[in-house]
Write a protein that binds this ligand. Structure first.
Ligand code: IMP
Ligand code: MG
Length: 178
């Protein structure tokens, strides 16, 4: 389906599942090269990154581990700028190579908060892998080392990303029709 409706909004298809799989494989290959022999800990940011994290990890052929954290910042289609930690880490990340896996870096406020919290525990390194980056929306200087797609400032859903809790199950990514 190329057009869908969720609650009050209409969305057009923007990135197909095939394009996503190709992009995820490309980023996984970079990580395979960069982290060979380093046993990184992937840190998936719930809820939005669950599909990306799973597909990314399936394409990694290096030794690696996975854990999840959960924050909340969004209501509807606009960020509140108010980031709360809902689920935290239980294991030590001291001395570890951390790869934060996000669905989308929008204003970067969530990511900045996550970086602040993780840095206290003295990991060896922290890199960010984000499925989507909206460069025009960044409000804080956050360096996203691995981004699968850079997109313009448009609200999107699908492949883990939601609009008011809905649309995460869609295999393609759709952008809102203004
Ligand atoms: P940030 O703190 O502004 O970077 O926003 C981070 C979070 O907002 C992301 O992890 C998403 O959960 C959510 N978000 C930002 N843009 C979108 C979008 O276009 N669609 C769905 N969720 C989004
Ligand atoms: Mg998220």
């Amino acid at each position: 389906m190329s057009t869908i409706k969720i609650n009050d909004k209409v969305f057009n298809i923007s990135i197909t599942h095939e394009m996503i799989q190709e992009g995820v494989k490309r980023v996984a290959d970079e990580i395979n090269k960069d982290y060979k022999g380093r046993k990184p800990l992937l840190l998936g940011v719930l809820n939005g990154s669950f599909m990306f994290t799973a597909d990314l990890m399936k394409n990694l052929d290096i030794e690696c581990e996975i854990s999840f954290v959960k924050f909340s910042s969004y209501e509807g289609t606009d960020t509140t700028g108010n980031v709360r930690q809902l689920i935290g880490l239980t294991e030590s990340i001291k001395g570890r190579d951390i790869i934060i896996v996000e669905d989308i870096v929008d204003t970067g406020l969530t990511m900045q908060k996550i970086l602040d919290i993780l840095t206290v525990d003295e990991p060896q390194s922290i890199a960010i892998a984000s499925l989507i980056l909206k460069p025009a929306r960044l409000k804080v200087p956050v360096y996203v080392k691995y981004s699968v797609f850079n997109i313009p400032d448009r609200f999107i859903v699908g492949y883990g990303l939601d609009y008011d809790g809905l649309g995460r199950n869609l295999p393609n990514i759709y952008e809102v029709v203004e």
